[in-house]
Write a protein that binds this ligand. Structure first.
Ligand code: HEM
Ligand code: HEM
Ligand SMILES: Nc1nc2c(c(=O)[nH]1)N[C@H]1C(S)=C(S)[C@@H](COP(=O)(O)O)O[C@H]1N2
Ligand SMILES: [Mo]
Length: 332
């Protein structure tokens, strides 16, 4: 029955959308372009099924059964999420109050997946072995094909109209303040607040305090690096960063991983072998960091999303844990 197939297809697409969305934040390499593309195709595949789902929802709503409220909440969240994603993609509106359309997209998508779990339990659909028939495989291909056609059409319209969205980076982010740190947004991951640290009394503690550096000592290393800070909130900026490379700060210290900690308790772990690619910056664009951007010192992590770039660093240690021994995303 067609209803069953539509609901199962939506289930598969929702899972894929969620997985590719989260993966687009975790993958730093050139692969991210394909993950973001897959995410768009899958997301627009959901849009393509909307006319069919509308018929199902109408009939379901007329029955007035328990589970109605979660179905309606789910629908509201998914529609909001997809509309916000489309607004982000066009680039015409960059903020709604303090939120970005992309922030709204992700927040409502995460809420939708939670409520959607209830919907799928309350309106169960049992898969059958015949769902794997050749015919249904072709149908699945047609849904993804519709998603891909939608993606191409959208990209074409953005280009033809010269919409700001045509200039998105591979991650989907918009350029904001490259080469001009004063124009670069100040962003927190979750609940950290801007720290006003006194550079005169501040010290960087390395290897459990075995080494301790005042700001001037870090400045003296004079290592420079061009790197792009790409926030998951949907903006990026390329800057010239200056400070001390971690392989120099950690010279002679062996171990599996490097733990970089902020005064706020925010921390991220890296492989010991990555040290030469990481910079503890005191300066950006030739001037000392502002408090908002992490003064006196913040981490620069080329090729990785903003949440790795720890601000207000207080300690750098090396130990035996593997680098992946941490939550995939910071919890504070
Ligand atoms: C885009 C995602 C989805 C949205 C927005 C959505 C929304 C809705 C709404 C508003 C209804 C009518 C409310 C009611 O029955 O009380 C409904 C019914 C239903 N949904 Fe969904 N749903 C989605 C995905 C799914 C998925 C993934 C499944 C299962 C795998 C599913 C299974 C059902 C079933 C079985 C019904 C009842 C249909 C009937 O009684 O005729 N839905 N859905
Ligand atoms: C229920 C799950 C989700 C659905 C249905 C969904 C759907 C969509 C859609 C339709 C777009 C527009 C794509 C385009 O036109 O190119 C989009 C964009 C985007 N989504 Fe999602 N999404 C979901 C979850 C997530 C999650 C969990 C994340 C991140 C953690 C995420 C991150 C993004 C990003 C970064 C973009 C912008 C891509 C770009 O600018 O090309 N999404 N999403
Ligand atoms: N201590 C700390 N460092 C942090 C964060 C935070 O919340 N706390 N946010 C991260 C995120 S999500 C991003 S995008 C960048 C933003 O850097 P900026 O404010 O200098 O633009 O800092 C990262 N470093
Ligand atoms: Mo961020």
């Amino acid at each position: 029955m067609a209803e069953r197939r539509t609901n199962l297809a939506l289930l598969g697409l929702l899972v894929l959308a969620f997985v590719t969305g989260v993966a687009s934040w975790l993958v730093g390499s050139a692969l991210v372009r394909w993950i973001v593309l897959a995410h768009g195709v899958v997301g627009l595949g959901i849009v393509a099924l909307a006319p069919w789902k509308r018929t199902i929802a109408r009939r379901g709503l007329a029955r007035r059964r328990p589970g109605r409220a979660s179905a309606i909440t789910f629908a509201a969240l998914i529609v909001t999420s997809i509309v916000a994603a489309m607004i982000h993609v066009t680039g015409i509106v960059r903020s709604v109050g303090t939120f970005s359309p992309l922030g709204i997209h992700v927040a409502t998508a995460i809420a939708a997946i939670a409520v959607g779990g209830a919907h799928v339990v309350q309106r169960p659909v049992r898969p059958r072995t015949t769902d794997l028939s050749r015919r249904n495989l072709l149908r699945s291909g047609a849904v993804l094909g519709a998603g891909a056609a939608g993606w191409l059409a959208l990209a074409g319209v953005l280009r033809a109209t010269g919409a700001p969205g045509a200039d998105r980076r591979a991650t989907g982010s918009f350029e904001t303040g490259s080469g001009d740190p004063a124009r670069m947004p100040v962003t927190q991951w979750l609940n950290d607040s801007i720290q006003e640290l006194d550079p005169a009394s501040w010290r960087l503690h390395v290897l459990n305090g075995a080494r301790s550096y005042p700001v001037d000592d870090l400045v003296a290393f004079d290592d420079t690096l061009r790197a792009t800070l790409d926030c998951t909130g949907g903006w990026y900026a390329e800057q010239e960063w200056r400070g001390a490379r971690l392989d120099r700060l950690l010279e002679g210290a062996g171990g599996e991983s490097i733990l970089v900690r902020s005064v706020t308790g925010y921390s991220r772990r890296f492989a010991r072998s990555e040290a030469s690619a990481l910079l503890l910056a005191t300066h950006v664009g030739g001037v000392p960091l502002s408090a908002g951007h992490g003064a006196p010192a913040r981490l620069v992590v080329p090729g990785r999303r903003g949440f790795w770039w720890v601000k207000w660093v207080t300690a750098i240690d090396v130990n035996g844990e593997p680098w992946w021994w941490q939550p995939p995303f910071p919890l504070t």
